[in-house]
Design a protein around this ligand. Structure first.
Ligand code: GUN
Length: 291
């Protein structure tokens, strides 16, 4: 069994990005600049956004953090987004989700200029991914594809079960895995899937992205499978300083011995997500998606 070291691959990817940034700056051009909008004080969102800002510093990007209280109106938020859309010093920006209930995430995402949508959430980018066109690909699926590539995991003709159909992970994952050149045969499973265990038992590759801690158990996985765990549920713990620990969607102790490759939680998919966001911002700076 090979433990897929997402932390290590993310470090390599960030080093590659930092080298490109140094070249961009040396040639007299402006370093990439990522902005993030954070609404409210959700613990998880605070942590993620702080990590994104720190990662920007590490690779030599500029960064801007725009904060709003959770009483912000949708119109105020949309005004801020319009400002970022028009600000030529910003290569890309994200609006950290989730948003308060009185704000429509759909409206917010739709108001982002697709050319600056480095999260890859805008319907234009989602559509371009489906059509096999250059696009900003959502960071978590992009990070998983990068892990598969860098570990040289064979995908051609493999059967793949993706569990979870979220717009951010499961659905784009199913599209990327079935793309020409990747060539998996994908079954996209969800809460209404009847024979989930049978589908998983036949799968060469399983991507667990449903957000239910330790959902995938040893009896659902065939010998030699590749298992990618996207789960990051926070559960209370008195063993950590923060008072919680991250639990994946995979019952690791049962599943790992059966796998050829598996991602741990933490240290698997998670670290790749931020590296992928930086990569998208670099692509935007270089006008590589939208010429
Ligand atoms: N909330 C959880 N993950 C993400 C992400 O990748 N991007 C944004 N904008 N919000 C999130």
């Amino acid at each position: 069994m090979v433990l897929i070291d997402g932390k290590e691959i993310a470090t390599v990817l960030k080093q590659e990005i930092a080298e490109e940034v140094a070249q961009i700056v040396a040639s007299g051009k402006k370093a990439p600049h990522l902005a993030a909008i954070l609404v409210g004080h959700d613990g998880g969102s605070e942590t993620y956004v702080a990590a994104k800002v720190k990662a920007c510093e590490m690779v030599g990007f500029g960064s801007t953090l725009i904060r709003f209280e959770d009483t912000v109106t949708q119109e105020e938020l949309l005004r801020s987004i319009r400002g970022l859309n028009e600000d030529s010093s910003i290569d890309g920006f994200i609006v950290q989700l989730p948003l308060p209930k009185h704000i429509s995430e759909e409206k917010v995402i739709e108001s982002i200029n697709p050319k600056k949508d480095v999260d890859g959430f805008h319907p234009v980018n989602v559509g371009r991914v489906v059509a096999g066109m250059p696009a900003f690909v959502s960071a978590t699926p992009f990070g998983i594809m990068e892990l598969l590539r860098r570990y040289k995991i064979e995908t051609k003709g493999k059967s793949c079960a993706v569990i979870g159909r979220s717009n951010i992970v499961g659905r784009p994952m199913s599209i990327l895995l079935s793309q020409k050149g990747v060539d998996c045969t994908v079954t996209l499973c969800h809460s209404r899937t009847k024979n989930l265990k049978e589908i998983c038992l036949q799968a060469d590759i399983i991507v667990a992205a449903l957000g239910m801690p330790e959902f995938l158990t040893g009896d659902m996985v065939k010998e030699g499978a590749v298992v990618i765990d996207v789960g990051t549920t926070r559960v209370a713990s008195d063993q950590t300083k923060s008072g919680f620990k991250l639990k994946g969607d995979v019952k690791f102790d049962e599943v790992a011995p059966k796998c050829s490759y598996i991602t741990p939680v933490p240290g698997g998919v998670g670290p790749m997500t931020i590296a992928s966001l930086l990569y998208n911002t670099l692509l935007s700076n270089k006008h590589q998606i939208y010429k």
